[in-house]
Design a protein around this ligand. Structure first.
Ligand code: NAP
Length: 272
């Protein structure tokens, strides 16, 4: 750990966060770099002690540490409290705090579509689903529901957010103005050819937001597009959550267009 910024996760795989944040530091002329810090769960305590000892300026947090880091912090932002997980560590007035910019990452791309979203179904009930529910509530969506392969988890999430749980098997039984996919179905690797939604089930659906961003065009987004539905890619969420992190750490608003181009070019170069 030599840089003032970095990401902690296990395994870290091919995270695009170092690409985005190192570009941000370079283009804004700020000192330091952003590193990948693959950290096993059993080493989290030692890692957090080092963050304090070295006064590391900014940490992105990803699976499986988003909840596990919370006991090591001095406090949480309202958003992190509502989600029950953090993806960003930062310092304020000498205190090490946790925020959740995944919520901002989901809110920002949906804002232009807000008026058309009367109802939303969140597919999946993990950490990203919790951020999606918090985002949809922030946007004031009137009817929010969740469907998950494991019904019990959907029930718990529904209870936490005061929303409805829908059976996974019956998820396409009625139309929703917005679908948000928070499952890994469609992601590069074993799930790439899969979709969480039936190809012929888009009647009445107006907008589909797939949080998966690699590949950019998932099976779900291709099927939705073919059915004439407006689509949003997870790349937009990744971009917005990253821009929000950078601003928290440095106070600098990065050029959104330049950052999007950087990520698109990288994904195209790596077959995304
Ligand atoms: P997580 O906590 O592990 O939750 C995954 C959810 O997907 C669980 O509800 C799980 O259901 C469901 N699921 C897994 N495999 C499934 C399958 N084969 N069929 C149906 N459902 C399945 O993960 P997470 O942190 O929420 O992340 C989920 C996805 O969100 C990631 O894969 C990633 O692509 C995306 N994401 C994107 C961004 C971004 O910036 N764009 C940020 C964060 C996450 P069970 O409860 O039944 O296991």
């Amino acid at each position: 750990m030599t840089a003032p910024y970095g990401i902690i996760g296990w395994p870290l795989g091919h995270s695009k966060s170092p690409l985005l944040h190192n570009w941000g530091l370079r283009t804004s002329g700020l000192p330091g770099t952003y590193e990948a810090w693959p950290t096993e769960p059993k080493k989290l305590k030692a890692f957090m002690a080092e963050v304090r000892a070295r006064h590391i300026k900014g940490v992105s947090v990803t699976i499986p540490h988003k909840q596990a880091v919370m006991p090591f912090l001095d406090g949480l932002t309202d958003r992190a409290t509502r989600v029950g997980a953090v993806n960003t560590l930062f310092w304020a007035d000498g205190k090490l705090l946790g925020d959740n910019t995944d919520v901002a990452g989901i809110v920002a791309p949906l804002v232009p579509h807000r008026e058309a979203i009367a109802s939303a179904l969140v597919l999946g009930a993990g950490g990203a689903a919790r951020a999606a529910c918090a985002a949809l509530q922030e946007l004031g969506v009137a009817e929010i529901a969740v469907a998950n392969r494991t019904a019990k988890k959907a029930g718990l999430l529904a209870q936490d957010f005061g929303i409805t749980a829908v059976e996974w098997e019956g998820r396409a039984a009625r139309p929703w103005s917005l679908l948000v996919n928070t499952t890994p179905l469609g992601m590069k690797g074993e799930h790439q050819d899969q979709s969480p939604w039936p190809k012929d089930g888009f009647g009445g659906v107006g907008l589909v937001f797939d949080l998966v961003y690699n590949p950019v065009r998932t099976v779900l987004l291709q099927d939705a597009k073919n059915a004439g539905v407006t689509v949003l890619s997870g790349l937009q969420m990744f971009l917005q959550q990253g821009l929000a992190q950078f601003e928290i750490w440095t106070g600098v608003k990065l050029d959104e267009k330049g950052a999007r181009q950087l990520l698109m070019m990288d994904l195209l170069a790596t077959g995304g």
